[in-house]
Design a protein around this ligand. Structure first.
Ligand code: ADP
Length: 159
């Protein structure tokens, strides 16, 4: 049986930490759907379309990874995509409480879908999209943390 895993997030923007998780899980499951949440409550810097386009282009070398935008409940999108696994990255203890709460709730909503946590690579454990946005907005160098396409996108948006 082929297994599809969904890797959800805001990806505002996609970082090398996300890319590392996508690459690692692409070797663990048959298909990966990287699902980008509109997430208006987070007031994303990049639009849903921009975030989706960047992730799609950047992840093209991973042939079993598909990028989709989504609105609404993750478990519904996961069921539509026929995903039986939700992948989330864990960086530090600070991620743990929130992630456990969401995983528990998703399990209540749909017990056929398992949440799997992937430990962040040590070199990316400090890396988050919000830190990247903060540095970029102050003209700092984020080239180590994001793909060159994301650097260009920041340049275009920040002027
Ligand atoms: P969300 O708003 O859902 O937290 P993010 O785009 O910030 O979305 O993150 C998506 C997923 O990727 C989360 O599971 C997060 O823990 C994980 N993640 C983010 N940054 C890293 C990183 N540097 N290494 C590993 N996983 C990460």
């Amino acid at each position: 049986m082929e297994i599809t895993a969904i890797y959800p997030g805001t990806f505002d923007p996609i970082t090398v930490g996300h890319m590392d998780v996508a690459e690692r899980v692409s070797g663990m499951f048959d298909h990966i759907v990287l699902a980008i949440a509109r997430n208006p409550s987070k007031k994303p810097f990049f639009t849903l379309e921009e975030r989706t386009e960047l992730a799609t282009e950047i992840l093209k070398p991973l042939s079993n990874v598909t990028v989709i935008p989504f609105d609404g409940l993750l478990v519904n999108v996961a069921a539509e995509a026929k995903a039986s696994v939700i992948v989330r990255g864990l960086r530090a203890v600070s991620d743990f409480d929130y992630e456990m709460q969401i995983a528990g709730m998703n399990r209540k909503l749909n017990s056929d879908i398992e949440t799997v946590f992937i430990a962040a690579a040590q070199e990316y454990a400090f890396l988050s999209s919000s830190i990247v946005r903060e540095i970029a907005s102050h003209q700092g160098d984020v080239s180590e943390f994001v793909h060159p396409m994301v650097l260009d996108a920041f340049k275009r948006k920040l002027g």
